[in-house]
Write a protein that binds this ligand. Structure first.
Ligand code: ATR
Length: 296
């Protein structure tokens, strides 16, 4: 797919979702535009499902440069736009739309966020076992990124609804030959896999405010020293999973890198400018602090 052209007249960008008052994207992108003196505004477009087609049509006509897309519309926007990147097609979800003079192009930048979060550990993940909790949209981007960029020997998807996990395994198995894919919802299978995993990733919303005392690990599960544990939840930054993992001496990664990583790639698609990472991180920290007294 060709890179979108930049139009001087497209000033508006925003996030499309439903019940998204918690979103950090407005603060993160607005601070970044200001830092680089870019003349964009960034709004929240919280719409009910029946209004989604109208909103997408309005992006073309109302001078929108583009939009981020979040829950619950990352899959629903696909048939409403004009072109979808190969990566987003494979993942099955679009989280960034760029308006290229009336043509809406869809991308998935969540995979880049996962890559950024784990890149430091690439050598350790290669040829190892990875356990991924969840089988929703975030899990799909995570499974894709882990398989594509780190080529582990094995990915085990753990999800309460087995069918959702099976679907991801069926789709991804033929695409990534270096990795073997498995799925389960059984506690003992999960515990055995956790014992031999290099890396454990939570992509579910378990642990997110207000359910901050919960984590996805089955009863009796053990995390070992040196294991790599990523939680894509960023509110709170230190989830119950990360607290438990850190207490065992694991190396923990919070969801902020994923948030900033996906934001960086979306920002660059919108503006063709380099994302001011430091400014964005500070803006997110400030927003988290303001919203619930929980900074970096
Ligand atoms: P997202 O796009 O953020 O990934 P999603 O598509 O709704 O959101 O997926 C959420 C994932 O978290 C799913 O895998 C869901 O499990 P199911 O497939 O069984 O629905 C998982 N999830 C959400 N709440 C959960 C909970 N309380 N316990 C276990 N898994 C949960």
């Amino acid at each position: 797919m060709k890179l979108p052209k930049f139009s001087e007249h497209q000033r508006h960008i925003g996030i499309i979702g439903h019940r998204i008052s918690h979103s950090m994207s407005p603060a993160m992108h607005t601070a970044s535009f200001r830092k680089l003196n870019l003349d964009y505004d960034y709004g929240v477009m919280d719409v009910s499902p029946d209004m989604l087609p109208n909103l997408i049509a309005a992006l073309r006509t109302l001078n929108f440069r583009g939009a981020n897309v979040t829950v619950p519309y990352k899959e629903a926007v696909i048939p409403l736009i004009d072109e979808v990147s190969e990566e987003a097609k494979l993942i099955g979800a679009v989280n960034t739309i760029v308006n290229n003079n009336g043509r809406l192009l869809g991308y998935n930048t969540d995979a880049h966020g996962v890559y950024i979060s784990l890149a430091y550990y690439a050598e350790e993940i290669k040829n190892s076992h990875v356990v991924i909790f969840g089988a929703g949209g975030a899990a799909r981007a995570t499974v894709y990124a882990v398989a594509k960029f780190f080529s582990p020997k094995r990915i085990m998807i753990v999800n309460r609804t087995l069918e959702h996990a099976k679907q991801i395994v069926d789709e991804f198995s033929p695409k990534f030959r270096l990795t073997k894919f498995f799925y389960t919802n059984e506690h003992d299978v999960t515990c055995r896999e956790l014992d031999v995993a290099s890396t454990i990733i939570n992509t579910t919303s378990v642990g997110m405010k207000p359910l901050v005392n919960f984590h996805v690990l089955p009863p009796g599960a053990v995390i070992q020293k040196e294991q790599i544990v990523l939680d894509i939840v960023y509110n709170p930054l230190e989830t119950a999973l990360l607290r438990f993992a850190a207490a065992s001496g694991a190396r923990t990664i919070s969801g902020i890198d994923m948030l900033l990583g996906q934001g960086a790639k979306a920002f660059e698609l919108f503006t063709h400018s380099e994302f001011p990472m430091h400014t964005a991180r500070e803006a997110v920290a400030k927003e988290l602090l303001q919203k619930n007294g929980n900074g970096l």
